[in-house]
Design a protein around this ligand. Sequence first.
Ligand code: FAD
Ligand code: NAI
Length: 463
Amino acid sequence: MSTEFDVIVIGAGPGGYVCAIRAAQLGMKVACIEKRETLGGTCLNIGCIPSKALLQSSENFTEAAHGFAAHGIMLEGVTLDLARMQTRKTEVVTANVRGIEFLFKKNNVTWLKGAAKILGEGQVSVDDTTYHGKSIVIATGSESTPLAGIQVDEDRIVTSTGALDFPAVPGHLVVIGAGVIGLELGSVWRRLGARVTVIEYLDRIVPGIDAEIATAFQRVLTKQGIVFKLGQKVTGATLTDAGVTLTMEPAKGGTATTLEADRVLLAIGRRPHTEGLGLAAAGIATDARGRVVTDAHFATNVPGIYAIGDVIAGPMLAHKAEDEGVALAEMLAGQKPHINYDAIPSVIYTWPEVAAVGATEEDLKAGGVAYTVGKFPFTANGRARAMGSIEGFVKILADAQTDRLLGAHILGPDAGGLIAECVTALEFGASAEDIARICHAHPTLSEAVKEAALAVEGRALHI
Ligand code: FAD
Ligand code: NAI
């Protein structure tokens, strides 16, 4: 097998595999090195895809058990077959990772199995073989951030990986961290019958999300039975015969308390995954948080070595990693692609969902930007009423002088789908009035976006 390539990508997650495919499409000879047994990275194997499979299954279970009666559909004796649900999740993951294998073959990307080590400019080793690449791309992703005093065993005390694989519904699941992972996976197990308590260091949930949306989101999750303990710092966890005893104290200082759990999910963020990659020996610079430092063209300080995805700065999202993979491949081919980091959407796949793009109200206040707000609740949307999903609202933020769209924030049914329109509008520099004047089909949830845009000028029609 050849050891000479135009591009060698390290890591086959959404950043790496997409970069490899795009580079191959552009005529380059490409290899992608992956140390996991399967392609697809965190996202396909232990992240986006398995979590969404379980979110869908658990939502279906909740609907069947509690939601159908309101529609006059009477089901009796709805029971959970968790083993079948987990098998389905695995089938979904397997189909997806096989899909990447197919795409690699179709595009002539060479899949090199094993852990890569960068030897220096243009050289990477896997086991005892040295490969040469004109360009090397670091796309090694991220891993769960540890917490002092908490020993993860992926059984009683787990990261997201363990929480995707519980063999039985925990009696009491305690989640450390009210971020995206904590609330998505907390929702899964709550829906399947667990008592769920979420402990958060800050005095609010989902930092980074517009505060008004976050407050409403917390209210909805609380109604669903999730208990929040905010402003609390977990200081230790002890395994007991029955489960785990957690110790915590108020973040601002105060008396320590304990909490008993059957299982604990640690979800306080993710950190760059660069262990064993040989960054220091190769002289590749990292920042204080361990992220590989790159310029606007994804170049590290070492010529010919680039980095993309979770391992560099920016939101740790699959679509951000993918877009960087495409952009880098095109740059290597001499093209001039561009990523607008102000228009990267984020979605929390709970029910209702949370979706956002652009600035939050807090961002605008901090930046001294004069803005107008338009809001529209799903209670006033006909389709949401027909669905029986009336929680939440759409919030549009526009420039007070120009009416240009600055941000959109949605808590509600299919918020993740609805945000796409706002992403397009933001990317095209649209005004709130542009959205308001576009014809939206009736009855659809998207009318709530149009009405929120109308509300920016105080002329919503249905409220
Ligand atoms: P990764 O997907 O982490 O892939 C990196 C790959 O590199 C891994 O397969 C790793 O094995 C390999 N690797 C590392 N070091 C080496 C080495 N030395 N040699 C060879 N291979 C190596 N994002 C979303 O946008 N939407 C979601 O719904 C979503 N859900 C998530 C749910 C969970 C539970 C988690 C944990 C994450 C989720 N994410 C989601 C985040 C998303 O998974 C990441 O942003 C994305 O996977 C980053 O892609 P990447 O290519 O940078 O890295
Ligand atoms: P996160 O950054 O979303 O949330 C971590 C939370 O833990 C924050 O609220 C933080 O204040 C809190 N925290 C930090 N230290 C703490 C401590 N000592 N005690 C208590 N709370 C503490 O991180 P999370 O949920 O682990 O997810 C990691 C990343 O994975 C996300 O930021 C996101 O980029 C990605 N992801 C994306 C998803 C999506 O797009 N739907 C789904 C899941 C993960």
